[in-house]
Ligand binder design. Structure first.
Ligand code: NAD
Length: 257
């Protein structure tokens, strides 16, 4: 048996991860570093990013920048600097995002604008900048957009968030067509409820009855951040070299019914 055979290896792949100061993206950074990737970590939370840098393997190989992705002009500059330092890009996890629960009848246009800007436009323009000729490696690679079960299915109070996540599902399919000739694969991932530190402090997670209802909606119970990170490793690695334009549910069976 070839003990070195590992189709999931990310050795020497350069991976950009947005939202890396917290939650799922932080775990993606840790797991990708363990799989051998060199990282470009972005987030507006500098303190959280510095904490992530303490947790990744071989921090000296990686680049990080405290960046608000809404500052579109700065994104270009930061990516250029990162590529000069770390190398041309093979992968991108568009993980940064914000979530809300708000009722349709009281939602204001400014709120919709804010959610579309943070969840959709930042991912669109970060992807555009990363895929600019000169930034992306010639051999191609993989882009992942973070959708959600709420982008695929209905839920009370999730229309604003869900619409932004549905937009990312559709964007990934169009970009899969546009970028295939450059061997850049584009997929989305749709997590169910994940036990992140932020989620664990939400009132409905602290209430045992409400938590039990949420758990029951997921056939395998609530997810861990490593469940999503492992799925991202698959999508970033050569193990998924023939996978593009698809949406991967990582939801413990939430979407089955
Ligand atoms: N946690 C879940 O249960 C869950 C379920 C489905 C989908 N998701 C999606 O997964 C992704 C990560 O979720 P999480 O729970 O880890 O979130 P999180 O709140 O822990 O992390 C999101 C990160 O994005 C960063 N960010 C937000 N706006 C930014 C901006 N303008 N510029 C730069 N950085 C910005 C934040 O600073 C934060 O560090 C999100 O896109 C979320 O919608 C999460």
């Amino acid at each position: 048996m070839d003990t070195l055979f590992n189709p999931f290896s990310l050795k020497d792949k350069v991976v950009v991860i947005s939202g890396a100061a917290s939650g799922i993206a932080r775990q993606c950074a840790i797991s990708c570093s363990k799989m051998g990737a060199r990282l470009i970590l972005l987030d507006l939370n500098g303190v959280g990013l510095a904490e992530t840098m303490k947790l990744v393997d071989s921090p000296e190989y990686h680049f990080y920048s405290c960046l608000n992705l809404l500052d579109y002009d700065k994104v270009s500059q930061v990516i250029k600097e990162a590529v000069n330092q770390v190398g041309k890009i093979n992968g991108l996890l568009n993980c940064a995002g914000i979530s809300t629960t708000n009722l349709f009848k009281i939602t204001k246009p400014e709120e919709l604008d804010k959610f579309f800007h943070v969840n959709v436009y930042t991912a669109y323009f970060l992807t555009q900048e990363c895929c600019r000729v000169g930034n992306w490696a010639k051999e191609g690679g993989s882009v992942v957009f973070f959708s959600s079960v709420a982008g695929n299915l209905g839920e009370i109070g999730k229309s604003t968030y869900g619409m932004t996540k549905a937009a990312l599902l559709n964007l990934s399919k169009h970009l899969a067509c546009e970028l295939a000739r450059r061997k850049i694969r584009v997929n989305s991932i749709s997590p169910g409820a994940i036990c992140t530190p932020i989620n664990m402090n939400l009132p409905h997670m602290k209430d045992p009855e409400k938590r039990a209802v949420l758990e029951a909606q997921h056939l395998l119970g609530l997810g861990e951040i490593s469940d999503v990170a492992n799925a991202c490793i698959f999508l970033l690695s050569d193990a998924s070299r023939w996978v593009t334009g698809t949406n991967l549910f990582v939801d413990g069976g939430y979407s089955v019914k």
